[in-house]
Write a protein that binds this ligand. Structure first.
Ligand code: C2G
Length: 766
């Protein structure tokens, strides 16, 4: 037996879902001379996954009180292989990992006992494991590109067939990539001391000869002393430059935290203890210096900022004692800056109280310094919000509104505002968060003395978010917002979901690792959440983990106008927008793509509609109104299309565009749920359907069955459908009706009224 792979699985209930990946990756190994040893906490699921996979594995059952270190020690004890590999149960190996490990060992076996896999961080997104150039072929535009090429050379092929071929190629590419397409490894000598044992490959005899085992006292950081001892006993470690160990990055710290993301009260003390314990086995004075510096930095930047530091001196003292022991160990020299040295020397001498006051003063001094730095305006605003504004009385009759982060005056906040202004004209003070005042220059409501406009993140914003009784918004409030119990946040959200959201999304391609956690914390502060229909209510409960009893399933306030407007209003809007009265209007309103962006929050969009062809074929009857999603930062260049194509991406309220238009083209945007209220034709231009559905988001409904219009994959198909729109209407009549019944049944034009009654009614409505 050449390799023994040790996989501990502890406190694993919710981690079970990653196991399959891990087991799969062992089944797929192209080098098969290995044994897998799973050490687990009596998980039935683990046993099932292994037996279903057909993997030959030893399975060792442990007691609840055993630590992760005990698990690994048992694994070492049972191992029969020449080399032991440490794999975590939520991670996985490249199918050729063992081939390269074997190759690396064979080349270096006389000099080395310890080896390592290079680590790739992953969130399991299939396509992201392909190289950039390979990815390009399968992404986004490839299908229309191939179509275009074939059209240019007059080759007529069945489009569906081409799609199928591309899909097949992709699958094959994934397999090839996994099994064959990997560059030969080179090996590194110099390691950046890593203190986590996963990805290590260690000669078993080296472990037994040196009595190397995991110290069981430390459940969280048992691998620190183990690795320190190991580093002391080995001259060099070889590592594959190719990344063969896939470390899974958890993006859901609420439901699936990794071990390092889990909350542990004594995490700080455990880490300090592990470093202290590790120093018992450290004879290399340069490594000892590194460990000391690591402990010092941990104290200076982590411990002093923790709640233990500010709340519990007795707990802090335990940490001081460990650090004191660490500081008094031998090591090579190092110097610290003066102000750090005061604190650290005091700890070294055992003068903990003195160190505590010095550290406290440093943190305070740092905060004061931060507070006064000219560029730290935001920091000052947050501090003053939390410490001063929250102490001021709440303004009971003030309502703050924000739509799409202050970008426009629109959506449900606008409808609720207008309803209150009309029906309770003197009761409320209304504050609108709007970054560009010019947007509402012509709106009569803003002439009212009770209505005020403020900029997002201005001083007034920080003030009003803290003292307004109500905050009505359609996205999320800022993370730093400290909400008082008397305040009411009404979240209107901004659409019936088609694309999977937050906790229903496996991978979060576009957002950072804390996205789910942040979303969870922010939405806990919503007192109410509006849903347009029962379908949305169900989704919000799972996708936001939001309590059903606080969901107001009333229909969307923003849609009242779609039910209530007159023909005259349509005419008026068309005129205001500068659209020719003699022509019908096609509205094109696509959504954004998680993987196409310039920078954080600035998304790209490449128009896939051929305006020349469209104008040529339907220009006599129609004009086109283009409306990009609010995340898209690219500006459209419509030079040469004057009188035919119009860009309304910066226009305030998409409702006006719905009303002014005669037909909608969209893709995966929630706009069609609202547009269907108008019972006007809807076409779906879904040129990248596969990627969007399978790689990026996934959908809540079966788009092939439930949509109220056709899915179109090419520009030609779009034009054909526009030309034959009556036929399309006839074809989709029944589906449209069913769709309306499921999603639009609450839209009777009175949603704002219902919301106002519930949220603003009782306490102040008397
Ligand atoms: N919107 C718009 N113009 C577009 C697309 C969207 O004005 N071209 C507005 C519509 O009001 C739409 C809302 O933004 O309902 C949400 O847009 P989506 O495209 O559905 O995408 P997203 O912002 O990701 O929201 O539950 C709905 C989801 O949250 C989707």
């Amino acid at each position: 037996m050449f390799f023994s792979i040790i996989i501990p699985f502890k406190d694993g209930g919710y981690r079970e879902k990653y196991l399959e990946n891990c087991v799969d990756s062992l089944c797929q190994q192209t080098f098969t001379d290995f044994e897998a040893i799973f050490v687990h906490d009596d998980s039935e699921k683990l046993q099932n996954i292994i037996s279903e996979s057909g993997l030959k594995a030893s399975v060792i059952n442990m007691n609840e009180s055993d630590t992760l270190s005990d698990y690994r020690n048992i694994g070492i004890e049972k191992a029969k292989g020449e080399y032991v590999i440490f794999l975590d149960s939520d991670d996985y190996l490249h199918p050729n990992a063992l081939v390269y490990a074997n190759e690396m060992i064979k080349e270096n076996e006389n000099q080395n006992d310890v080896f390592k896999f290079g680590i790739a961080k992953t969130n399991l997104d299939k396509i992201s494991t392909l190289s950039k150039s390979k990815r390009a072929f399968f992404e986004g535009e490839s299908f229309s590109k191939i179509e275009e090429i074939l059209r240019d050379v007059s080759i007529d092929v069945d489009k569906k067939k081409v799609k199928q071929i591309i899909n097949g190629l992709f699958e094959k590419q994934m397999i090839n990539h996994k099994f064959n397409n990997i560059k030969p490894s080179r090996y590194l000598q110099d390691l950046n001391y890593q203190f986590r044992v996963h990805s290590f490959i260690i000669r078993r005899k080296f472990l037994t000869d040196n009595y190397l085992y995991f110290k069981s006292s430390n459940n969280l950081y048992g691998d620190i002393p183990f690795l320190i001892e190991l580093y002391n006993k080995t001259e060099s470690i070889k590592q594959t430059t190719t990344k063969l160990y896939y470390k899974y990055i958890h993006n859901d710290t609420i439901n699936d935290p990794s071990l390092t993301q889990e909350e542990h009260n004594d995490r700080l003390l455990m880490r300090m203890s592990a470093l202290n314990e590790g120093l018992n086995y450290c004879y290399d004075l340069r490594l000892a210096r590194k460990l000391k510096l690591s402990a010092i930095n941990y104290y200076l930047y982590k411990v002093v900022k923790s709640s233990i530091f500010s709340e519990s001196y007795s707990e802090l003292e335990k940490i001081y004692k460990k650090l004191n022991s660490i500081l008094n160990r031998p090591s090579t020299e190092f110097t610290l800056s003066k102000r750090h040295d005061y604190e650290i020397s005091a700890i070294k001498k055992g003068k903990f109280k003195k160190a505590y006051y010095l550290s406290k003063a440093r943190v305070l001094g740092y905060k004061t310094y931060q507070f006064s730095k000219p560029k730290n305006q935001r920091f000052r605003q947050k501090k003053i919000q939390k410490n001063i504004f929250t102490k001021l009385p709440i303004k009971d009759n003030t309502i703050l509104y924000e739509s799409f982060l202050g970008k426009n005056y629109s959506d449900s906040p606008k409808s609720i505002f207008k309803y209150l202004l009309e029906n309770e004209p003197n009761k409320w003070k209304h504050i609108w968060v709007l970054n560009n005042k010019e947007l509402v220059e012509k709106e009569p409501e803003f002439k009212n003395n009770n209505v005020k406009i403020i900029n997002r993140f201005s001083w007034k914003y920080f003030y009003y978010v803290t003292v307004s009784k109500y905050f009505v918004l359609n996205m999320r409030q800022p993370k730093w917002l400290y909400k008082k119990a008397e305040q009411v946040i009404l979240s209107t959200w901004h659409g019936t979901p088609l694309k999977r959201l937050v906790f229903d999304m496996e991978n979060v391609t576009s957002a950072n690792r804390n996205y789910k956690k942040d979303f969870y914390n922010q939405s806990r502060n919503w007192d109410y959440l509006i849903a347009a229909n029962k379908y949305s209510e169900n989704i919000f409960e799972s996708a936001f983990m939001y309590p059903r009893e606080n969901i107001l399933t009333y229909g969307y306030p923003r849609n009242d106008i779609l039910t209530n407007h007159t023909e005259e209003y349509k005419k008026q809007i068309k005129e205001q927008l500068g659209l020719p009265s003699s022509k019908k209007v096609i509205l094109y309103a696509p959504t954004w793509r998680d993987d196409e962006f310039h920078s954080v929050g600035n998304y790209k969009f490449k128009l896939q509609i051929d305006l020349d062809q469209l104008r040529k074929e339907v220009g006599k009857e129609y004009v086109i109104a283009l409306r990009m999603h609010y995340f898209i930062s690219d500006n459209m260049d419509l030079k040469g299309y004057e009188g035919f194509a119009y860009d309304f991406s910066k226009y305030n309220d998409i409702n006006d565009l719905y009303i002014a238009s005669d037909m909608l083209i969209t893709d995966y945007s929630s706009v069609f749920f609202d547009y269907a209220i108008l019972r006007k034709p809807i076409l779906f231009y879904t040129y990248d359907l596969d990627k969007y559905q399978n790689m990026l988001r996934g959908f809540y409904i079966d788009v092939n069955k439930e949509l109220p219009g056709p899915l179109l994959l090419s520009n030609d198909e779009v034009i054909e459908s526009i030309k034959n729109i009556n036929k399309v209407n006839e074809e989709y009549k029944n589906k449209y009706e069913e769709f309306y019944k499921k999603f639009c049944y609450l839209e009777d034009g009175n949603a704002s009224k219902r919301v106002v009654k519930t949220v603003f009614g009782e306490k102040l409505g008397d």
